[in-house]
Design a protein around this ligand. Structure first.
Ligand code: ANZ
Ligand code: ZN
Length: 820
């Protein structure tokens, strides 16, 4: 046994051994219960691994190792989300083909990830940019096409008129092209869509069945944006045309004092020439083209609009003639692209009405303020609060304040006095309206006018029209000899060999679709492929899918709360409804890792020069130290700043644990048994809850308690507990303890509740008299050991790393107060 722990040598040694022994290969034929533990596979950027990657990967690795030690057959794979815009941009800048730069980045990522000693089954590695993989991405496209879930339609895209190219949303910076600064336009082009909206209801329903963070579920719910409302027709005065509006508040129809059309509403174009202010309207409509829906929908923005002079519509409830406006706060893509505006009960309408001097009629008697007013009148007395209430409610009743709450109808003809919810149906019916359910969710636009992506497997033939590439002709290979510099079209359109084909149906010359797919298509199904990565006859066989899926634990960044996680659920639902799989949610349990900030509390970024490179930490302190440090920083899901100073704490822990080998004794102190049992219990429970920071605290307590000597048997147990967190260290110790088989194939220890309940006490830990936490120690623990135990609390460790305590006041069994 070497006296000092040589992490470089030891970590490399075990990594090689593990690989040689195929220790982490998931066995398809195993009869043990399975556990599928998955990380969001990374985009292999040229910048290499980020401290945030390490956090998520270390977390799932602990869960995977723990599951194996608890008798599970674990599938824990890794791969590369390799297509995408950054590689293409890099190619344009440096003239390196995207495949070259991507493969290089992958090699670097793989090297970095391997240096962390993570227990991935590398035999299942996949890359979305390989023909073996993207063949099946194309197959998925065809599956959707056959079910009419993939279709082509015109859609608005960001268009740079100077570069003659389509821009992704992230390439539009404050309305101008990121590359040349030209004002970006919204242009109508033919695009491919996946009809995710058909699954809106199922995507909502499924949320109640999965163990995901509430914030993520609610983000998806809002994105889907279900609302129940009504469509009501407003006749144009003096014509037989009418405008259909969508409203969630038909109960306020009597308060509708004007109507608003979205700038892209077809009626605007149709009646433009007949308007008294045609020119003014045209200028406004053109200006709106430069804004994205997101910019237009911002609530804080001042409302703009133009009246359509010369037209008016009839409010069908009371036959009032009301004016019509075009305004960009109404979106063309939602509802019917037209609204009835009710300033008295809608904030946006109120703001607009104020600006344009439009009427506001209150039609809902504010409840509970309404009854309050009558109570005030009855009592006669007026406190400040009741006075204020009265002022407010009078303003509301005059339509000078918005009331969005409950109440009964006023100013509403025969519906006066009716409760608002009841009135919704009654009024809709009385004006011949239709009750409808609307979703904010839009179909998924999947085509990209880009080179570095999966070719869409479609052929256009003059005779046969749109022809899907026959399955047996897949993959449609991405040509490697193209000029990927930007022009007006997809770069693939310029590759003659790619572009000119014969029609698979009639054999005549035809043209291949030159767009590629959104990379989110690649990542919407990759978790299936890990179950059966070499299958040449299917994206994965039914048996392997049944064996491994769904994913039991999925960990990744919260930035994927919507797009990726929604698309993956959609694809799973498509497979389910096609009868190809038996489950309808891909990820049973999801957790996000919190962002790791730089030491200065800001986001790590190259330009700020505050990025931590995991390679540096691994070479100086070792992978185990880095893993322990990141897991000890705080709860997994919270944001936390890097602190280089604290790394040495984790490093000391590794060295002290290793030294225990030399502290073995036959006469282990009696109390230690209890601490060890407590540690088995606590660490196991915490891992199940992914509370790794507190699990490590407990390991530190146990290590401190072992300083007075530890038996061979106890040290074996301690080593087993250490294994998921510091796999190299534990393996080395296990070997030194005389075992031939890997610690990672050993069984997780059990504990005896009886031992634990003997004499354990909770001691409060204070810093300068302020409570900072507690430790569970035996009632006869001495001061030095108690202080060491207190150091295992992260906040205390941080404080004590700045200087040793001035004084310690210790009352055994009660309190330890540290004066600094
Ligand atoms: C009249 C009304 C009165 C409305 C009232 C609200 C409150 P959600 O709940 O998000 O579905 N709306 C309809 N289509 C719109 C569009 N294309 N662009 C912008 N706004 C639109 O919102 C539905 C409400 O948003 C609808 O109900 C409509 O305003 C507006 F006291 O109609 B409401
Ligand atoms: Zn044809």
């Amino acid at each position: 046994m070497a006296s000092k722990y040589q992490h470089q040598k030891i970590e490399k040694k075990w990594q090689d051994k593990w690989e040689e022994q195929k220790l982490y290969t998931a066995d398809d034929t195993s009869t043990k219960p399975k556990e599928y533990i998955l990380d969001m596979f990374p985009y292999p950027s040229g910048a290499g691994l980020h401290a945030g990657h390490v956090e998520g990967y270390a977390a799932t690795d602990i869960a995977a190792r723990f599951a194996r030690m608890n008798g599970k057959e674990v599938l824990h794979p890794m791969g590369w989300d390799a297509f995408g815009l950054p590689a293409e941009n890099y190619a344009i800048k440096t003239k390196t083909p995207p495949r070259e730069s991507t493969d290089k980045a992958i090699d670097n990522f793989r090297r970095q990830i391997k240096s962390l000693g993570l227990s991935y089954d590398w035999s299942r590695e996949i890359g979305t940019h390989t023909p073996e993989y993207y063949r099946w991405t194309q197959w998925f496209f065809l599956l959707l096409y056959k079910q009419k879930l993939a279709y082509r339609a015109k859609a608005k895209v960001n268009w740079c008129p100077k570069d003659q190219t389509v821009l992704a949303n992230e390439q539009v910076v404050e309305g101008v092209c990121e590359r040349c600064g030209t004002l970006v336009e919204q242009k109508d082009l033919h695009q491919w869509f996946f009809q995710i909206t058909r699954f809106a209801e199922e995507l909502l329903d499924g949320l109640t069945t999965i163990d995901w963070p509430e914030s993520t579920k609610s983000a998806q719910k809002n994105w889907i944006g279900k609302s129940e409302g009504a469509e009501i027709d407003f006749a144009i005065a003096g014509s037989d045309i009418s405008v259909k509006v969508f409203t969630t508040r038909p109960d306020t129809l009597f308060g509708a004092t004007y109507l608003v059309l979205a700038p892209e509403h077809p009626l605007v174009e149709k009646i433009l020439e007949t308007l008294e202010n045609a020119e003014e309207v045209r200028v406004y409509v053109d200006a709106a083209k430069h804004k994205t829906d997101l910019e237009r929908a911002v609530d804080s923005k001042e409302k703009t609009g133009v009246e359509l002079k010369g037209v008016s519509v009839i409010n069908p409830a009371n036959n009032d003639e009301i004016p019509v406006y075009v305004a960009d706060y109404v979106l063309g893509s939602y509802g019917t692209g037209a609204i009835m505006a009710v300033p008295a009960h809608d904030e946006r309408d109120f703001e607009f009405a104020q600006k344009f001097g439009l009427r506001s009629i209150n039609v809902i008697d504010p409840y509970p303020i309404g009854p309050c007013v009558s109570v005030i009148q009855k009592i006669g007395g007026e406190s400040d609060i009741t006075k204020e209430l009265k002022v407010q409610s009078e303003l509301i009743l005059k339509g000078e304040r918005v009331w969005t709450g409950a109440g009964n109808l006023r100013n509403s003809g025969k519906f006066i006095g009716m409760e608002k919810e009841t009135a919704k149906n009654a009024i809709t019916k009385s004006v011949g309206g239709k009750t409808v359910t609307r979703y904010r969710l839009r179909d998924w636009l999947v085509s990209r006018q880009r080179y570095w992506g999966v070719p869409i497997p479609i052929i256009y033939c003059e005779q046969c029209g749109t022809v899907p590439v026959p399955e047996e002709d897949l993959p449609v290979m991405l040509p490697e000899d193209v000029d990927f510099m930007p022009t007006g079209e997809s770069p693939l359109a310029h590759s003659k060999s790619f572009h000119d084909v014969t029609c698979p149906t009639c054999g005549k010359p035809a043209r291949r679709e030159s767009d590629t797919m959104d990379t989110f298509v690649c990542s919407s199904w990759y978790y299936f492929r890990f179950a059966d990565p070499y299958n040449e006859n299917a994206f994965a066989s039914p048996e392997k899918i049944k064996k491994w899926l769904p994913v039991d634990l999925y960990v990744g960044g919260a930035e994927h709360s919507v797009l990726h996680l929604l698309y993956a659920r959609f694809i799973t639902k498509v497979l389910h409804s096609s009868g190809l799989i038996s489950f309808n949610e891909p990820f049973k349990k999801l957790r996000h890792q919190g962002m790791i900030l730089a030491q200065d509390g800001r986001k790590m970024s190259k330009s700020l020069g505050n990025v931590v490179n995991p390679d540096d930490v691994v070479s100086e302190y070792g992978a185990d130290t880095l893993r322990l440090y990141e897991m000890f920083m705080g709860p997994l899901d919270v944001q936390k700043p890097w602190n280089t100073k604290n790394i040495s704490g984790s490093h000391r822990f590794v060295e002290r644990a290793y030294r225990l080998l030399g502290q073995r004794t036959d006469k282990e102190p009696q109390e230690f048994a209890k601490v060890l049992e407590e540690t088995i219990k606590k660490v196991g429970e915490d891992i199940k809850l992914l509370k790794f920071n507190t699990a490590i605290s407990q390991l530190m307590i146990c290590l401190n308690a072992a300083q007075d000597g530890i038996s061979q048997k106890s040290l074996e147990v301690f080593t087993l507990l250490l294994a998921p967190f510091a796999p190299h260290l534990a393996e080395e110790m296990w070997c030194e303890l005389g075992h031939n088989e890997s610690v990672h194939k050993a069984t997780w220890p059990t504990y005896d509740d009886n031992t634990i309940s003997q004499g354990a006490v909770t001691v409060a830990v204070q810093i300068n008299g302020k409570r900072r936490g507690e430790v569970v120690i035996s009632s006869d623990t001495d001061e030095t050991t108690a202080l060491e135990s207190a150091r295992a609390i992260p906040s205390i460790a941080t404080i004590l790393s700045q200087g040793e305590p001035k004084r310690v006041i210790y009352v055994p069994g009660r309190i330890i107060n540290i004066v600094v």
